[in-house]
Design a protein around this ligand. Structure first.
Ligand SMILES: *Cc1c(COP(=O)(O)O)cnc(C)c1O
Length: 353
């Protein structure tokens, strides 16, 4: 792919305090942009990261015809740069686009654009273990019109942001509560697309849980409030009787790429794996009878986020004395080891730049 590139006159990289990175506040020098009008995607370009001019009547701001992705580039041990599973993220973005009627940019263009942008801003990939360059692709309707309809013009952006290690001192188990009266998504809804509406739906319940002293919400299914869907903006996994269990993908759950990596690894290790519905009653009971020994969230940001405590309808269950378990630790060590080029990648997950 030929990308017209307009570089910054002066890099802002000197303004970055790489020892005190915050999530998602600082963006690298350049961004990728491609516009869609008259039924086709136009010339891609890389331009200085900066404001875009839109009118308050921009349809996306009203009706949310927009999707995004989140992936990372890592500084590998040999000094090179490893992007983790960009092809899988491309594929998922195409599915998200389809669900909200955004014309697909194409998988190859997505992957090439990510690689091209990271190559140009490679100085922004931090080098401390645990840090990364977070990559945020975004597609949105770019039409000034406030009728509800599928738009005719769109833009596809990719921006990147250097981020700190998610956990400062080891993996810290979190306290969670079930979502009670709220749901994140429902059958036939948008749950499996990475689209804005899902996050709008999650804000109040998450705020409410924080206020009660819990880090995140465990989302239960919308129909019966019985089965576990996800945790916060992560997928959820359990270890029960040495079997790895995760809710099956039935349309209400975001198909996480970390989830997929965890399942592949567990199978590779010969562990028993079950993708099935799991009820919150089963979770609470099997934590209490000792058969469920670990629970954790999976996502690009944290990779593995161990769960130490779950509150559900007046009851609290403590998992593994609130400490991280061996499967969670091994998954974390292996996935991050592959990401940082410290151990071999037998799955072809890494794209080097
Ligand atoms: C992005 C996301 C995940 C995790 O997906 P990864 O590909 O593993 O980062 C899980 N749930 C929700 C709701 C998400 O938005």
């Amino acid at each position: 792919m030929k990308v017209k590139t307009r570089k910054v006159k002066k890099s802002r990289i000197d303004e970055v305090d790489f020892d005190h990175l915050k999530f998602g506040e600082m963006f690298s020098d350049h961004m990728f942009r491609m516009d869609y009008t008259d039924g086709k995607w136009l010339e891609p370009e890389i331009v200085p990261f900066g404001p875009i001019e839109v009118l308050p009547s921009l349809s996306t701001l009203h009706y949310g015809q927009t999707v995004f992705e989140g992936l990372k580039a890592f500084r590998s041990r040999d000094g090179g740069i490893n992007i983790f599973r960009p092809d899988k993220h491309a594929e998922r973005m195409m599915h998200s686009c389809e669900r909200v009627c955004i014309p697909q940019v194409g998988k190859d263009i997505f992957v090439d654009a990510v690689e091209e942008l990271v190559r140009l801003d490679q100085a922004w990939v931090p080098s401390a273990r645990g840090t990364a360059l977070y990559i945020r692709p975004l597609a949105l309707a770019m039409e000034s019109y406030i009728g509800v309809r599928v738009a005719e013009s769109y833009s596809f952006f990719i921006m990147t942001s250097p981020v700190a290690a998610y956990f400062k001192e080891g993996l810290n188990p979190v306290k969670l509560m079930t979502s009670g009266e709220f749901v994140r998504s429902c059958p036939g809804g948008l749950g499996e697309a990475k689209t804005a509406a899902n996050y709008a739906a999650s804000l109040f319940p998450a705020y409410d849980a924080n206020r009660r002293g819990y880090a995140q919400v465990i989302w239960l299914d919308a129909l019966e409030g019985k089965y576990v869907d996800e945790v916060g903006t992560m997928n959820i996994c359990f270890v029960k009787d040495d079997t790895l269990i995760t809710p099956s993908l039935e349309g209400t759950i975001l198909p996480g790429i970390t989830r997929d990596s965890v399942l592949q690894l567990a199978r590779h290790w010969g562990m028993k794996v079950e993708e099935r519905r799991i009820s919150i009653d089963e979770v609470m009971a099997s934590i209490k009878d000792g058969s469920m020994t670990e629970a954790f969230g999976t996502g690009t940001a944290a990779v593995i986020s161990p769960i130490g405590e779950i509150y559900h309808k007046g009851e609290t269950a403590i998992i593994n004395d609130g400490r991280i378990g061996p499967v969670s630790q091994k998954l974390y060590d292996t996935i991050t080891g592959i990401q940082y080029g410290e151990i071999p990648d037998p799955f072809g997950w890494i794209h080097t730049v």
